[in-house]
Design a protein around this ligand. Structure first.
Ligand code: CA
Length: 226
């Protein structure tokens, strides 16, 4: 497999050097753009697999770049690097199509972990249908059938089920679910997750009090086994 190509959009030479050296060391192919206009051209001409995007940049800022890329339907994952610890930048960034963000100063280990996670996610096509026990779920048409009978799942319940199924065999924490499914970045009630899980169990499990598919992992979250 050819190495994954990462475009670094950053204007501070020391930061460029740090990112480039470490990513190259990890085996990535690295491109660098030090201003907003070059970033746009490079993103379209070189089709990187991931863009690390600083916000404060000469010519065009990171948020504008992100918006323009998405307006022109470039689906490349974007990891925003925000220098200011402003919640607003993160929220705006995610709303206009960034996939994740890191606040400076961040650790290299964290950056590499996020980079890897985003690339892994981007390489896995989303699950369309899944069968477990006597249940068949189509996540594209939002249909779930149990024993020949249609289940009445809400769109949110489909999302939760899909997330659990996509991570089957792994423990998924409540905060991860809030973040990935509800899109909450701050503190939120983990009870929200529990009540949705309880409803979902009522619909899919034969004995909701002794669930076969959605297991509770004490004090952490849930695990799908099916
Ligand atoms: Ca900058």
């Amino acid at each position: 497999m050819p190495p994954k190509k990462i475009l670094i959009v950053e204007d501070e030479p020391a930061m460029v050097r740090l990112l480039r050296d470490n990513l190259v060391y990890e085996g990535y192919e690295v491109l660098v753009a030090t201003d907003g206009e070059v970033a746009l051209t490079t993103a379209f001409e070189q089709s990187p697999d991931l863009i690390l995007l600083d916000i404060m940049l000469p010519k065009l800022d990171g948020l504008t770049i992100c918006k323009r890329l998405r307006e022109r339907h470039l689906a490349t994952p974007i990891l925003m690097l925000t220098a200011r610890n402003l919640e607003q930048d993160k929220v705006t960034g995610l709303k206009i199509g960034a996939d994740d963000y890191l606040t400076k100063p961040f650790s290299l280990a964290e950056l590499l972990a996020r980079t890897e996670a985003i690339l892994r996610r981007a390489g896995t096509p989303r699950l369309e249908t899944f069968q477990f026990g006597d249940i068949t779920v189509n996540f594209t048409s939002f249909e779930a059938i149990k024993n020949g009978r249609a289940l009445d799942l809400s769109p949110r319940e489909f999302e939760i089920l899909r997330y659990l199924v996509e991570h089957r065999g792994q423990v998924v924490s409540r905060s991860e679910m809030l973040d990935r499914i509800w899109g909450y970045t701050g503190q939120a009630l983990t009870r929200t997750v529990d009540s949705h899980i309880a409803n979902l169990r009522q619909k899919i499990e034969d004995l909701p009090s002794q669930p076969l598919y959605i297991q509770t992992v004490h004090r952490i979250g849930y695990k799908f086994t099916g």
